[in-house]
Design a protein around this ligand. Structure first.
Ligand SMILES: [Zn+2]
Length: 299
């Protein structure tokens, strides 16, 4: 498990246009930088995962079912060289994610090409105590993540939204990462929706705003004259990169190995290493650890 600590990452809530729009925004740079360091992500992998993780934490709040442990996962699989991108978030701000080929390099940092469009975005929601999954799938439309998630919200959830995502990589690491989702209501007029669309078009890229401003100021800057009012900061939700892996869970994975292969690992006399794709944690198991597992299976 990763050490947890206080970062500047958080999710903020607000309204725009005097109540015509619900706004949810997240600042996630510290979490993505931690993921980059622990999983050795290339810049384009960090950009893709940053967009996906930010989307997941925004969706967990947007699709609020008033369940404290509601869990949302996104899987973007478009056949591109980056492989699948997986992002998970809980409604209380814990995120984790991974990419298929974390070291894939692209000098243009083109997330759309890296993810590809020959495939689907799959969204799974689970709520305790039953954790029965609700799965929804749409075709990828751009591989850029924001358009894909907005397309999912419009078609699968019938929630009209604008979604902005931004990640800024510097040679030293992830300098900025975050996102804003702006949801209109049935009473919102076409004129005010057009005003928001124009404000978004006229605003500087979100990644450059987030490099200079905290998230709530960046949202106010994007919405400009439409007007943004943040809810009391006591409603802010801290976001942290949190992996649920453990030595015991990693060991239990070997139960699914073919018996012959497990037997060879035990008989080989050397230690076995398992690496968590979500946080880079390495777990070492001795032949005796695996033998105990095998004996346990027989009982
Ligand atoms: Zn882990």
């Amino acid at each position: 498990m990763l050490p947890t600590g206080t970062t500047g990452d958080r999710l903020v809530l607000g309204m725009a246009g005097g109540g015509d729009f619900r706004v949810i925004a997240a600042q996630t740079a510290d979490s993505i930088e931690l993921a980059r360091l622990r999983c050795d992500l290339s810049p384009v992998a960090a950009a893709a995962l940053g967009r996906a993780l930010t989307s997941a934490v925004l969706l967990a709040r947007l699709l609020d079912k008033q369940v404290p442990e509601q869990h949302v996962s996104l899987r973007l699989e478009g056949g591109g060289p980056l492989g699948p991108v997986i992002a998970e978030a809980t409604i209380d701000g814990r995120v984790r994610g991974c990419v298929g080929n974390p070291q894939y390099e692209d000098t243009d940092c083109d997330v759309g090409l890296a993810i590809g469009t020959d495939g689907n975005l799959t969204v799974v929601r689970k709520s305790p105590p039953l954790m029965k999954p609700y799965t929804s799938q749409v075709r990828l439309v751009s591989g850029e993540v924001a358009k894909d998630v907005a397309h999912y919200l419009a078609t699968s959830e019938q929630i009209p939204t604008a979604l902005l995502l931004g990640v800024l990589n510097r040679p030293t690491g992830v300098a900025a990462c975050g996102g804003i989702v702006i949801q209109s209501f049935p009473h919102t007029t076409t004129k005010t929706i057009e005003a928001v669309e124009k404000a978004i078009l006229d605003a500087p890229p979100l990644s450059s705003l987030l490099a200079e401003l905290p998230i709530h100021h960046a949202v106010a800057r994007v919405l400009g004259s439409v007007g943004y009012k943040q809810l009391d900061p006591s409603f802010d939700i801290p976001i942290e990169y949190h992996c649920r892996c453990s030595r015991e869970k990693a060991l239990q994975m070997y139960r699914y190995f073919p018996p012959q292969e497990l037997g060879e690992m035990i008989g080989g006399g050397t230690d076995t290493e398992a690496v968590c794709h979500f946080c880079g944690m390495r777990y070492i198991f001795t032949p005796d650890d695996l033998l105990g597992l095998e004996l346990g299976t027989e009982n």
